[in-house]
Structures are given as structure tokens and as C-alpha cells.
Design a protein around this ligand. Structure first.
Ligand SMILES: NC(=O)C1=CN([C@@H]2O[C@H](COP(=O)(O)OP(=O)(O)OC[C@H]3O[C@@H](n4cnc5c(N)ncnc54)[C@H](O)[C@@H]3O)[C@@H](O)[C@H]2O)[C@@H](O)CC1
Ligand SMILES: Nc1ncnc2c1ncn2[C@@H]1O[C@H](COP(=O)(O)OP(=O)(O)O)[C@@H](O)[C@H]1O
Ligand SMILES: [K+]
Length: 553
């Protein structure tokens, strides 16, 4: 897992490195930061020698990194034009020292320094310099950015974006692109007509830990390729768990939580999954959930649909045992007893409810009765969440065995948060909800965020693509989540949800590789799941019975 930090967490890490027991001189951290950009940038731009590079330096420590970069690029054989927004007295001591050194290197041919403040700006000259250069370094603003960009920053960023759009200029951002909020990925100028939007980089070299704003849209779209550099931070600080943490999931994390099948296992070992969902006009959703469960390794799958839906469903997913419940085309409170009895006698290990369930008033009582009358894990998606709008207090006592998988609109209905607030900070809102209502939450989107009921830690999924933005994709995930929830050895429901989300997205990525971003279907994604699991299996530990019984030294 990679830590996903906020600006405040980064400030704390920097301060602890510099002023705590480690006592790293501030100028050294800044030197390392600048060096990281030069080093990672070298491969990206194909070597610095002979390149013309514009370096834009703001008034904070991000600008200080820019001074180091300028000096090191001169050593690497580049010509640099350094635009400096502050005066020496504006800068921190370490940035000021680096500026002093850089000033000793000012040279009419190789190193031109331009101080912006207090003078009319020659925008034409800046544009010409950018047009004649191959690379621009954005050291205007880092994690200290907030609000919207103001003049002259906004004008400079607009000019860089315009020149870069012609394709002749590579843009490298220092730590985070200027105008991207490090905590949320919100950007300057969103929704306004004024030209004060964020900078779009081709490469972002970020320091110490990934910033949340680099993985959430719209910030993610500004970052280009992302490279992380530890910049010499003491390793205990790099590894320490932050208060209120968030992590980016990695393939290795998922491989580690999946346990290989024991060779002596049988269908009962791998979970009895009940998909209790569907209604007469949305039976396909129920079938897709079944498909997701089967393709994720479920031992047995029972499908329970309303009576009128059963005829359509029988034989469509031949592995599932299908039965029609009640008398109508949707579930009512009277149907709950049959489901609860089935759950007891057939020893269901997990239940999934929601896809295509419908939002009839009577269905709400049905869903509540099933939750209250069982003790197994339950995955709640789609209409199961829609019918529970306003029932947060009801859910909370059962939260530790529930996995809720809403998309943004479903989450808005359920939580009462506005769509705008959720879109502005999905991770923050997901955590806020879980802190209050103690459920395992999968907030689906690009990217999907998973929050643990037990710890309130958040996990962000890196897999998936826009080809998955089509109806039914979430139904597949519902079945997958139910199946993963009973995979032997998974430590908790949150890990199961993380594994399901990661594998679902990775299966979507296989489809993207095969078909491109249009037209692959939810069923294609489900059918690609075994390929992802096979890839993960290569990294799993061998089960006891697959180890040789006698080992030779
Ligand atoms: N010791 C450290 O703290 C280290 C910091 N580093 C760098 O320092 C950066 C953080 O430095 P700072 O905290 O000084 O922050 P920044 O360099 O991001 O800038 C802060 C300045 O920008 C101004 N500002 C904020 N929002 C603005 C807006 N919308 N329009 C115009 N001006 C705005 C603030 O008033 C403040 O003067 C990191 O991103 C990283 O690049 C690195 O050098 C590594 C070590
Ligand atoms: N642009 C995207 N990038 C990554 N994943 C996506 C994208 N669009 C959709 N998805 C994924 O596809 C699934 C869609 O789920 P959902 O909206 O519930 O679909 P439905 O309700 O139609 O089944 C989610 O898991 C979501 O994360
Ligand atoms: K920057």
C-alpha cells in the first residue's frame, strides 16, 4: 500500500524530519527534492544536456525547490530561464540560501533570472521563451495552494497551458501541479468562466508520500505520469501510520490477502452465496450479480427472485440454484420469513441484495427484516440502498457485517450529503459517513474508495477505466463482493471489499486492453475475473498441503 497524504500530514512529516530527533537540515530536504526532479526528469525528457528549460518559482518552498533544480540543471548542461515571483525576503531561510547560490551562477547565456514582483510583466517575452524551450518546470505552488489562482500566477499558468497545447513543450510539476488541492484533487477555477484553471503537467515528481489530490479527479487529470521520491526522509516517517490515514491499494496487497485454494477443499469450503434481488423488469441485474459471484470462485450460488421473475431467470446462469419467492413481481415484508428460513437451513454464508430490486415501499420492510433476522455478512447495493434512504440509524447496529456499495448518487441519497459535496471530496465524505454509521463502505466511482467500519481507514482503488462506465458494471461487483466476503482466510469484510473492487477494476482493464474503451460488457468483465485471480495466485503463499511433505536440504 502507498500512503495517500494530505498537505497537513506532509507538513507534519517535513517538520518531524527537520526538527525532531532526525534533525535533517531543511536545506538538505529541499536539495533532495530538487535533485529528485532533475533525476526523474532526465529519463522523461531524454537527457537535460543542451535543453532550454523555463523554471517558474513561486514564493513558497515549492519555489525553493525550483532554485535547486535550476542550479542542478546548469550542472547537467541545460540553459535555464528562471522566473521568480518572490523577493529574497519572502522566502524561508533554506530557499533563500538556495536563491543566493543560484544568483552567483546568473549568466547572460546559460542562466537568466527574472524577478517578477513589483514590475510590469512582459507576457510576450515569457510566451516566446516558452515557445523556444523544450521543458518548463512548475515550481509555482505545491502543497501550500488553496482557493483559486490569482494574478500573476493564473496568467502564467494559462500561458504555459496554451504553449504546451501546441505539443512542443514538456511540463514537469514539482510535488503537485499548481492549482491542484493536495487534499481533495479539486482544482482552481472549477465552474468559473475566468481563466484561472490549474496547470496540466506531463510528469509530476512528488515527495515523501503521494498526495490525495494526485489520485482524485479533476486533479488526477493534471498530474500526468506520477513519480514518487522519498527525498531522503527517514524511513520510520515514510512507514509510520498517519492519524486518519488513506492508502492507495497495490496488486501485492491483494495477492497477500487472498489465500490459495487448498487441494482438499470442496464446494462448501468456498462459500454459499445467496443473491436475493431482482424484480420483473430488472431480472438481468440479478443475473449479473450471480455471474460476478460465480466468476470470483463462489462454492455455491443461490438466486432468490420474486415469483414472477423466476421463469425468466431459470437456466440463464446454469450454475445458480434459482427459486421464485412469494407471489408477485417484487419482494414484500411477507417474503422475508421464507428467505430467513432458507438462510438457516441452507447455511448461507453471505447475502447480496440490491441490483434490480426495485423501490416499492413494501420492499423496504423486506430488506430491513432480512438484515435484522440474519447474522451473516450482507452486501447492500443499488435499490437495497435506495429503499433504505433515511434509515441510517437502523443500519448502524449491523454495520460491522454490512458492505454498502453505492455509486455517488446512491451515496448522496443514503447519506444526505449533496452530490456537489461528495464530488468535491469523495474520500472525506466517505470517511465522515463511516465514522458516524460504522458500516463498511465502497463508494464507487473513478476512483472507488473503500472505508473500513472497524478502523475508518480509507483505501483507494487504482484499477478500472472509463470503459466500465455502463449499466450493470456495479451488479457484477455486488456478486463479486459477496463471493470475496467468504473467501477462506480473508481477515475482514473491508479486505474482502478491497479485493473485490481491485479485481473488478483489473478485469475491466483486461477488457480495455482487448477491446478498447467502448463496448465491452459487464459480463465480459466478470468473465475476465479468473484471469486476474490467476495473475494474483502467482504471488500467493503456497497452502500447507501443496508444500512438499519432505524437504531436502
Ligand atoms: N521542508 C519542507 O517543508 C519541504 C517542502 N518542500 C516543498 O515545499 C512545498 C510546500 O511549501 P509551502 O508550504 O511554502 O507552500 P507553497 O510553496 O505551495 O506556497 C505557499 C505560498 O503560496 C501562496 N498561495 C497559496 N494559495 C495561493 C493561490 N491560490 N494563489 C496565489 N498564491 C497562493 C501562499 O500564500 C504562500 O505564500 C511542497 O509542495 C514542496 O514542493 C520540499 O522542498 C521538501 C521539503
Ligand atoms: N471512469 C471509470 N473509471 C473506473 N471505474 C469506473 C469508471 N466508471 C465506472 N466505473 C466502475 O464501474 C462500476 C459502475 O457501477 P454502478 O454505477 O453501480 O453501475 P450499475 O448500477 O449500472 O451496475 C463501479 O465499480 C465503478 O467504479
Ligand atoms: K508545483
Amino acid at each position: 500500500m502507498q500512503k495517500l497524504n494530505t498537505a497537513a500530514q506532509m507538513r507534519h512529516m517535513d517538520q518531524t524530519a527537520m526538527h525532531g530527533i532526525y534533525a535533517i537540515a531543511p536545506a538538505i530536504l529541499m536539495e533532495n527534492a530538487g535533485h529528485a526532479v532533475v533525476e526523474k526528469g532526465d529519463a522523461f525528457v531524454g537527457g537535460w544536456g543542451g535543453k532550454d528549460v523555463v523554471i517558474l518559482c513561486g514564493k513558497g518552498n515549492n519555489g525553493g525547490d525550483g532554485f535547486v533544480i535550476a542550479r542542478q540543471l546548469l550542472t547537467a548542461g541545460a540553459r535555464v530561464y528562471v522566473y521568480i515571483l518572490g523577493q529574497p525576503e519572502d522566502y524561508s531561510e533554506e530557499a533563500c540560501d538556495h536563491l543566493t547560490t543560484l544568483r552567483q551562477l546568473a549568466d547572460e547565456d546559460l542562466c537568466i533570472l527574472e524577478f517578477f514582483q513589483g514590475r510590469p510583466c512582459d507576457w510576450g517575452l515569457l510566451t516566446k521563451r516558452l515557445e523556444a524551450s523544450q521543458v518548463v518546470i512548475d515550481a509555482l505552488l505545491g502543497t501550500g495552494f488553496h482557493g483559486d489562482l490569482r494574478e500573476p500566477m493564473s496568467r502564467i499558468v494559462a500561458i504555459v497551458n496554451a504553449v504546451a497545447a501546441t505539443g512542443s513543450l514538456q511540463v514537469i510539476a514539482v510535488d503537485i501541479p499548481t492549482g491542484v488541492n493536495a487534499d481533495t484533487g479539486a482544482v482552481s477555477g472549477a465552474g468559473s468562466d475566468e481563466e484561472n484553471g490549474p496547470l496540466f503537467a506531463d510528469l509530476t515528481v512528488t515527495f515523501g508520500a503521494l498526495k490525495r489530490g494526485l489520485v482524485f479527479y479533476p486533479g488526477r487529470a493534471c498530474a500526468g505520469q506520477i513519480e514518487l521520491d522519498a527525498i531522503g526522509m527517514p524511513w520510520p516517517l515514510l512507514q509510520a501510520q498517519e492519524a486518519d490515514p488513506a492508502y492507495l491499494l497495490m496488486e501485492q496487497d491483494i495477492a497477500e490477502v487472498l489465500v490459495p485454494r487448498r487441494p482438499d477443499s470442496h464446494k462448501g469450503t468456498h462459500g454459499t452465496i445467496a443473491i436475493v434481488t431482482g424484480s420483473s423488469d430488472m431480472a438481468g441485474a440479478a443475473l449479473m450479480a450471480v455471474r460476478g459471484a460465480i466468476r470470483s470462485g463462489a462454492g455455491k450460488v443461490f438466486l432468490r427472485v420474486p415469483k414472477e421473475t423466476a421463469g425468466y431467470c431459470i437456466g440463464k446462469e446454469i450454475e445458480a440454484m434459482v427459486h421464485g419467492v412469494g407471489t408477485g413481481d417484487h419482494f414484500t415484508a411477507a417474503d422475508a420469513e421464507e428467505i430467513l428460513a432458507d438462510c438457516r437451513t441452507k447455511r448461507w454464508s453471505v447475502i447480496a441484495m440490491g441490483p434490480g430490486l426495485g423501490v416499492h415501499e413494501e420492499t423496504k420492510a423486506f430488506v430491513k427484516a432480512v438484515i435484522a433476522g440474519t447474522t451473516c455478512p450482507i452486501v447492500l447495493d443499488a435499490d437495497a440502498l435506495n429503499v433504505l434512504t433515511g434509515e441510517r440509524e437502523f443500519l448502524a447496529p449491523y454495520g460491522s457485517r454490512l458492505i454498502l456499495t453505492p455509486h455517488l448518487a446512491e451515496f448522496s441519497r443514503l447519506s444526505g450529503f449533496s452530490m456537489a459535496d461528495i464530488e468535491a471530496d469523495p474520500l472525506g465524505k466517505a470517511k465522515e459517513f463511516v465514522r458516524q454509521w460504522h458500516v463498511n463502505l465502497v463508494l464507487k466511482g473513478a476512483p472507488t474508495v473503500i472505508v473500513s467500519a472497524k478502523t475508518c481507514h480509507a483505501y483507494v482503488n487504482p484499477t478500472g477505466n472509463a470503459g466500465m462506465a455502463c449499466g450493470g458494471m456495479g451488479d457484477i461487483l455486488t456478486g463479486m463482493t459477496a463471493s470475496f466476503a467468504v473467501h477462506a482466510g480473508l481477515p475482514d469484510l473491508c479486505s474482502a471489499a478491497c479485493a473485490a473492487v481491485y479485481v473488478h477494476g483489473a478485469a475491466g482493464d483486461y477488457c480495455h486492453d482487448e477491446y478498447g474503451s467502448y463496448g465491452f460488457s459487464p459480463v465480459d468483465v466478470a468473465d475476465a475475473v479468473p484471469r486476474v485471480i490467476r495473475r494474483l495466485e502467482e504471488n500467493m503463499e503456497r497452502p500447507v498441503l501443496q508444500r512438499p511433505l519432505v524437504t531436502e536440504d
